[in-house]
Design a protein around this ligand. Structure first.
Ligand code: FEO
Length: 391
């Protein structure tokens, strides 16, 4: 894929369209990119390598962009194997190149690779610079903008921010984004970086001090225009504010009866004027997509069957995902189903109560096996409570 950045800054990343699950957990129907960049100046800097799955193609791209030159510096923004997976190969190819990282990078590096004792390691700290000639790299630490060793690099002559996982997105470079950049960027953000809102906020504050004209992330397209749009979305996402007004109705149904109640409840919300209601079947939907929607909208309704004295496992799994991604600041309603002693509500509540600023709206609706006319008043009451909390 030919991606142009500038005369001196070359894209040498690769698409991965054959991976079944990114990080062994996320479906990527349009693939994913592992981005890597080369800056050609008096000195040559390589900005990250790629996953070992793309190593051969990346090596070809690297050699083609270099011509007869050699790499002087490898800047390691992030040691996760989707970016660092070709560092060992890089070290074989360029025995004289220096590795550039921070103290944490070099603390963790030997966990992944053997590094020869004579390899030059340049340890950089917050705000330090490295001159390549006309280009100057400025390093900013971004701990926990996914991993503790993450740093971003600002190149001041071309005003480029190499943003590591920040502003990353699922999808190969040629993916058709019918729903725009935000759809797969949001799914990526909440599932991969979502837990780390505070560190992302800290990074955004640093970025606000820089004049940025281009963002080069480690996944997905290079961003060159309308950067305020992307930065504003990151601000919303990382501060755990809802992005859109709407209700996610997520259900866990064994034989379809809880599903019917959830669909009926969604209909009630729409009849009460709720414009955006998204219904998801947790047994079958992409869990990462439902997690994304939970963060996207301001309210959520959980409808679940009772199971083994608790809640049907896919609902428990969903709530654990939300819990681990620091779901917070939302209003939640619950519908439980049970044929003898309903336990789903109690189990869901126990998990929701561990979350910050999650308000459970009353009443919780209890259905016995199948929804009946006698259940409708309580459902109407809960629907009213949900609609009344619209922001
Ligand atoms: Fe794309 Fe955290 O690695």
């Amino acid at each position: 894929m030919n991606v142009t950045i500038s005369d001196a800054v070359k894209y040498i990343g690769v698409d991965d369209k054959t991976i079944d699950l990114f990080e062994s957990q996320y479906v990527v129907p349009d693939g994913v990119t592992y981005n890597s960049y080369l800056i050609l100046d008096e000195k040559v800097a390589l900005m990250d390598t790629v996953d070992a799955r793309g190593m051969d193609e990346w090596e070809q791209n690297l050699k083609a962009a270099l011509g007869d030159r050699k790499v002087d510096y490898l800047v390691i923004s992030h040691l996760e194997p989707d970016h660092a997976g070709s560092i060992a190969r890089f070290m074989e190819l360029y025995p004289e190149a220096a590795l550039v990282g921070n103290a944490k990078t070099f603390q963790m590096l030997p966990q992944f690779f053997e590094v020869d004792a004579d390899r030059e390691l340049i340890t950089v700290a917050e705000g330090e610079t490295l001159s390549l000639g006309a280009h100057t790299l400025h390093f900013y630490m971004a701990p926990m903008v996914h991993w503790p060793e993450v740093m971003v690099t600002y190149e001041s002559s071309e005003k480029i921010l190499f943003s590591a996982d920040g502003f990353g997105k699922f999808g190969a470079m040629d993916a058709e984004d019918d729903e725009g950049w935000a759809c797969e960027a949001r799914r990526y953000y909440f599932n991969i970086v979502g837990k780390y809102g505070a560190p992302v906020q800290a990074l955004l504050k640093k970025a606000a001090t820089l004049d940025i004209q281009t963002i080069c992330p480690l996944h997905g397209p290079i961003l060159k225009e309308n950067l305020g749009y992307y930065i504003d979305l990151y601000d919303t996402w990382s501060s755990y504010k809802p992005e859109n007004t709407g209700v996610l109705v997520a259900y866990a149904s064994i034989h379809g009866n809880t599903a019917k109640a959830a669909e009926k409840f969604a209909e009630m919300l729409r009849e009460k004027g709720e414009e955006k209601v998204v219904v998801s079947d947790l047994s079958r939907a992409d869990m990462a997509e439902v997690v994304e929607d939970a963060f996207r909208y301001d309210r959520m309704v959980l409808a679940a069957a009772s199971y083994d004295g608790g809640v049907f496992p896919c609902m428990q799994d969903f709530l654990h995902h939300l819990q681990s991604k620091a779901y917070q600041n939302r209003k939640v309603g619950m519908i439980e189903n049970g044929s003898w002693g309903p336990t789903a509500g109690r189990s869901m509540k126990a998990i929701l109560e561990t979350m910050k600023n999650v308000t459970i709206l009353e009443p919780m609706v209890t259905i016995k096996s199948t929804m009946k006319d006698t259940d409708l008043p309580a459902m109407e009451q809960l629907a009213e409570a949900i609609v009344n909390e619209r922001i």
